[in-house]
Ligand binder design. Structure first.
Ligand code: TRP
Length: 340
């Protein structure tokens, strides 16, 4: 009898939720650090992924560019291998429960908690002329995204750890007042995948907001551009391809080559023994070009297939709406709202 009760729970595929903002440029860092993991996780888990467009308006967006960026992000993630037959993939603003739940959770989130978020502190310094309430409440929208789907696991980068911790606290607080309503999500730190650093200053994370365009590679960069950026990558004066202290540039390139080819750092070290950095940088560039080529080609096809894209994101939104509405209704009922 006990077995009958526990078996379905044990067999239940765990739910993963993650989202990425449509920022205009998806970098090699985004791909190797996040997207390639999204793709890998699809067989093992019930994956729910979103383009987080609501989060993006916490900073001012140009309307035309914003619309294009949302569509491009959706198409690019599909091109990378997000599979709408296996996973639920939608655009956040298409599913109104996110904004609704965010409001509800705002009322269970403390001013002090939000004030302590390091991302808020950083961004309000960077955009001192537009420190809006949305920027402040950003983490409760993110909590809504996650909690609406009763997610077990949330793949996130280090910069989002504090937000996930807050989402857990909000959920625990709500459950404490009203009884079990939300599953408490755990962070998922993938075993594969790389933290990709700037090609120009390898002590910093690769970021498309870097003023030096040679510091980052975009997934959709042309092969010539990718090669040029890798040839200019900063190294060191030791002229030995191996992992080591003070060799951040080479460590980063080894990490990238390892992530795109599946070879280990040891295999790479052996392969390049006695060879110069010029050779090595060319090899890393070529491997990245080959890894990204099919993605760029698929993106170019998809972006012309407007009807197909619409069909996919509508399907995703419908399913997401159905699942998330249940959680929203449950939470609102517990609070005491009068159902319509
Ligand atoms: N805030 C995340 C970022 O900028 C994106 C995001 C929005 C997210 N909602 C989420 C990530 C829910 C994980 C879970 O990277």
């Amino acid at each position: 009898m006990a077995e009958q009760i526990t078996a379905p729970e044990a067999e239940r595929k765990k739910t993963i939720f993650s989202a990425i903002q449509p920022s205009g440029t998806i970098t090699l860092g985004n791909y190797l650090g996040a997207l390639s993991n999204w793709v890998r996780l699809q067989d093992e888990y019930r994956c729910i992924y979103a383009v987080a467009d609501l989060h993006a308006i916490t900073v001012r967006q140009d309307p035309k560019a914003f619309k294009q960026n949302i569509l491009n992000a959706y198409a690019l993630f599909l091109a990378c291998g997000v599979d709408t037959d296996k996973s639920i993939f939608f655009i956040q603003s298409h599913v109104p429960t996110h904004a609704q739940m965010a409001w509800v959770l705002n009322c269970y989130t403390q001013f002090g908690e939000l004030s302590r978020m390091t991302q808020f502190k950083d961004k309000s310094q960077k955009h001192a002329d537009n420190v809006n309430a949305g920027l402040f409440a950003y983490p409760s929208l993110m909590a809504a995204d996650i909690l609406l789907y009763q997610a077990d696991l949330v793949p996130i980068g280090a910069d989002q750890k504090q937000h996930l911790e807050l989402a857990r606290n909000i959920a625990e607080r709500f459950n404490g007042v009203y009884g079990n309503t939300f599953r408490i999500p755990d962070g998922y730190i993938p075993t594969v995948g790389a933290r990709v650093m700037s090609l120009q200053d390898p002590t910093r994370k690769m970021s498309k907001s870097d003023e030096n365009v040679n510091a980052w590679v975009a997934v959709l960069d042309k092969p010539e551009v990718i090669m040029k950026k890798f040839k200019r990558a900063v190294t060191d004066s030791e002229a030995r391809v191996c992992v080591g202290e003070g060799k951040e540039g080479i460590n980063n390139l080894i990490g990238i080559l390892s992530a795109v080819t599946g070879k280990t750092a040891e295999e790479i070290t052996l392969e390049f023994e006695g060879r110069g950095y010029g050779d090595f940088k060319t090899a890393v560039g070529e491997a990245v070009v080959e890894r990204l080529r099919p993605i760029r080609e698929r993106f170019d096809e998809l972006i012309g297939e407007r009807a197909y894209l619409e069909e996919q994101y509508r399907k995703g939104a419908e399913t997401a709406q159905m699942i998330s509405q249940r959680t929203l209704d449950k939470a609102m009922k517990k609070i005491g709202f009068l159902p319509r």
